[in-house]
Design a binder for this molecule. Structure first.
Ligand code: SF4
Length: 359
């Protein structure tokens, strides 16, 4: 049952430190409590035996310790594929829902996590955008998705473990950068049980320019993926009006050039092919021109059809011609197979169908 007390897992490390100061406790206690919550997965303050009994009591009178609950768990049946995509719908303590996905392949097991409930950017091809924006996830809620998926994997005894994390679920990660960075620092820290190299983490953005600049200076070792979907300003505004107008292509290209120059790390340009919209050779030409000015690889992805959204995926032949043009132009191009079509794996599809606004 959900408690009426605030969930201590929603506090950032800095807020925990402020809490310690207000209780006259040393600052290192904040790190200890954080580790008990996110490494030892304490379910009660009584588990935190490093704290005095009196302080544990005070904490339990003020805070609860809560985890998200899996309310739906779907497994995909992929055509001609040995691997199964799994999607979970998580109910957060306040009743909001988010999705997290496990995407297996021969060499990887990727966890795809959400960063916001809904999204304010309302890209026209996206189910999450149709939900509107409810709120940012806390760093704890982002971290908990990784741990929940990890528990699912561990329970299978398949010998597999999560090898990569992508921030490509619901929401725009770089509109919640503080919490995304704190979550990454937690699950990549050697002081926590789940410890994944930052180099295996990809942050995907529609191109939030100031936050890309911030990431470039942050010292994080994560990778960056940019959802471009068109290298033509007008078309991009038709597909993703808010993002495209706020972060125009020309400025975005300049920012990516600076980012790759300062980090030495290539950017992945994600390009979703939409039939009759952005799939012509002219579109490929514009994409090649845009991508030449910085270190990148291009990832062409299929569109997962969404009910009530009128875009269509392209035929394989169109995709191959598009790819060939880019390869001939000297670009590094991969085609990402579409996973999870049987389980509404495109971000937000499951949550939108199950979503009812919490009271
Ligand atoms: S594609 Fe990403 S940024 Fe655009 S509405 Fe969906 S979640 Fe938001």
């Amino acid at each position: 049952m959900t408690s009426s007390l605030p969930n201590i897992k929603d506090l950032t490390l800095k807020e925990l430190q402020q809490l310690m100061t207000s209780h006259g406790e040393p600052l290192f206690r904040a790190t200890q409590i954080h580790q008990w919550l996110f490494s030892h997965h304490a379910e009660s303050f009584d588990d935190m035996t490093i704290l005095s009994l009196a302080f544990r009591r005070k904490l339990s009178e003020t805070f609860s310790i809560e985890r998200p609950e899996i309310v739906e768990h779907l497994t995909g049946i992929e055509e001609a594929c040995d691997y199964q995509t799994e999607k979970i719908l998580l109910k957060l303590p306040d009743g909001n829902m988010v999705e997290s996905v496990l995407i297996p392949s021969a060499e990887r097991l990727t966890a795809c996590v959400s960063t916001q409930v809904g999204c304010p950017l309302n890209c026209h091809f996206c189910a999450t955008g149709k939900m509107g924006f409810q709120r940012n996830l806390s760093a704890g809620e982002i971290t908990e998705q990784v741990y929940t998926l990890n528990n699912l994997v561990a329970a299978k005894e398949s010998g597999k473990a999560i090898t990569n994390i992508v921030f490509m679920g619901m929401g725009e990660p770089l509109l919640n950068t503080d919490n995304v960075i704190e979550a990454i620092e937690t699950f990549s820290s050697r002081n926590y049980r789940f410890c994944l190299s930052q180099k295996r983490v990809t942050i995907s953005t529609v191109g939030v320019i100031p936050e890309i600049q911030r990431l470039g200076k942050s010292g994080l070792k994560t990778k960056l993926a940019v959802s471009l979907h068109s290298a033509n300003q007008e078309k991009r505004e038709l597909l993703m009006p808010i993002a495209a107008r706020q972060y125009p292509l020309q400025e975005l290209g300049k920012t990516l050039a600076e980012y790759t120059a300062s980090t030495g790390s290539p950017v992945t340009i994600v390009y979703m092919l939409l039939k009759g919209i952005n799939d012509s050779l002219d579109d490929a030409k514009m994409l090649a021109r845009f991508s030449r000015s910085f270190l990148c690889k291009i990832n062409l992805i299929d569109y997962n059809s969404i009910i009530n959204i009128k875009f269509m995926p392209v035929f394989s032949s169109t995709k191959e011609l598009f790819q060939q043009y880019l390869v001939n132009a000297g670009l590094h191009v991969t085609i990402r197979k579409s996973f999870g079509t049987t389980i509404n794996a495109a971000c937000g599809q499951l949550a939108t169908t199950r979503y009812t606004k919490p009271q």
